[in-house]
Design a protein around this ligand. Structure first.
Ligand SMILES: Cc1ncc(COP(=O)(O)O)c(C=O)c1O
Length: 461
């Protein structure tokens, strides 16, 4: 066997085996990292095996161990071993998943995976799809289809004439992730087109306010962007009602379900996405809650005609094969990784019940963690988890809660026992708990509570 492939596999397995015992972060200094990794570029190269050995050592301190069961920083999944293994095969096969002729296997795996996903997520059978790098690019893809449809409805051929002089698009949003705004900007829909609709106290869009906004200008080509699981609270918009009022006014409804869409797989939680199948497009990630390696988002579009019209690309050298799906007709890239293969492996290994169990377990552990943090002195629970997201802050006896919250987060992260991120919510510095890792178990929760307790003690001394 090729020695560097064999050694890399050993090193990768060792890394993964060490996740339970290694610190979550080594909190390296960037200067040290630059010095370590900034090796001389030689004229004649160094032996391949040496490159791999040294890379593993040099990279180590700068690896934030997001795959650890005690990482709660952002919504980042951990990588189930079968998906990592399939990802290795994907690299070894090195297929270009641009067209059927480039890789029949990659093309057909996409069809199979898309059908499985639509079934698990309760999305319309006829929906078209694209496998992209992440949820943001899934939104770009889906919103390109939206742009095409709502402008075509106004007799504006956007593919030929672009947006200059077109009817002005408006986008009505409730809770939304920043990447939605960038997706729109990339499509030439500037942030001035965005109308923030009132949000209820529970984080869900106010449907009456949405209806009022929609009816204020029924002529404007309109997109309504809804959220299935916002990043802070994990709130879900009322999809059925919102879609009904939006469709009455001819608007396109897009759903950002980066991680939240996965709750559709669970009988206990699927009520949160009631009516979501009425939307026109959906963007989501596999690299978050399905725990496959990064570079894995999926767009679904209910109207394949608009989707294809927005994405299709002519190429004289394309090999026409009857009755097949060329991936480049549906996504923003030409040459690309066969990124559906790790999803295929994950879904086969987990099955429907395994996906649901993964999602439910993460939600149960999040609830337990937030509850137990709330029992510690000086911890204020700001949002009780709806799914796998929670917010807390740390109260300062002198009233400077923001500074104390940042200090406690820093102490926790420096300990290496757990890792959390801070954010601003309702004007307060808060600590966000995001738990979407298949690896996290009750022992991790116990260790995390102990880490927070000791950080609180440190902050008090
Ligand atoms: C709700 C939501 N939408 C979109 C995104 C962007 O996803 P990606 O980074 O995969 O493009 C994120 C990332 O955290 C998210 O939480």
């Amino acid at each position: 066997m090729n020695p560097e492939l064999k050694r890399a596999a050993e090193l990768a397995a060792e890394y993964i085996d060490g996740l339970d015992t290694e610190p979550v972060s080594h909190e390296p200094s960037v200067g040290d990292l630059r010095a370590t990794l900034g090796r001389e570029l030689t004229t004649d190269g160094v032996p391949a095996l040496q490159v791999i050995e040294e890379l593993a050592v040099d990279a180590r301190d700068g690896l934030l161990n997001t795959a650890s069961g005690r990482f709660y920083g952002w919504v980042i999944g951990g990588g189930i071993p079968v998906a990592i293994a399939a990802d290795w095969l994907t690299s070894a096969w090195d297929q270009n998943a641009g067209a059927y002729a480039c890789s029949p296997t990659a093309a057909v795996i996409e069809e199979v995976v898309a059908d499985w996903l639509k079934e698990i997520l309760g999305l319309p059978k006829q929906a078209s799809y694209a496998f992209v790098t992440g949820c943001q690019m899934a939104s770009v893809t889906a919103l390109a289809a939206a742009r095409h449809k709502i402008l075509t409805d106004k007799d504006w051929p956007v593919a030929e004439q672009g947006l200059s002089g077109s009817p002005a698009i408006r986008v009505l949003v409730g809770e939304h992730h920043e990447t939605l705004l960038r997706a729109l900007r990339l499509l030439g829909i500037g942030t001035d087109s965005i109308v923030q609709v009132a949000i209820n106290n529970d984080g869900r869009i106010n449907v009456d306010a949405l209806e009022r906004e929609l009816k204020q200008n029924t002529d404007a080509p309109t997109i309504v962007a809804l959220a299935a699981g916002d990043l802070n609270r994990g709130a879900f918009d009322p999809f059925g009602e919102a879609c009904d009022v939006a469709h009455e006014c001819g608007a396109w409804v897009h759903v950002d379900g980066a991680f939240g869409l996965w709750v559709a797989s669970s009988r206990k939680l699927c009520h949160l996405v009631n009516g979501i199948e009425k939307a026109d497009s959906w963007a989501m990630d596999a690299h978050k809650w399905l725990n496959v390696p990064h570079d894995s988002g999926i767009a679904f579009v209910a109207d394949p005609k608009s989707h294809r019209a927005a994405m299709t690309i002519p190429a004289a050298y394309k090999v026409e094969v009857a009755d097949v799906r060329d991936e480049l007709e549906w996504g923003p890239e030409w040459s690309r990784r066969a990124r559906a293969i790790p999803i295929y492996a994950a879904l086969r290994a987990l099955g429907r019940n395994g996906v649901a169990e993964l999602v439910e377990r993460c939600c149960d552990l999040t609830k337990d963690l937030v509850k137990r943090l709330g029992e510690l002195p000086g911890v204020e629970v700001l949002t009780t988890p709806i799914i796998n997201q929670g917010l807390v802050r740390f109260l300062d006896p002198n009233g400077d809660h923001d500074t104390r919250t940042d200090a406690v987060i820093q102490y926790i992260n420096e300990s290496g026992d757990a890792w959390f991120g801070g954010t601003i919510w309702n004007g307060m510095r808060v600590m966000r708990i995001s738990l979407s890792n298949w690896r996290t178990n009750q022992d991790d929760i116990d260790r995390t509570v102990a880490a927070v307790r000791s950080a609180l003690n440190k902050a008090s001394n």
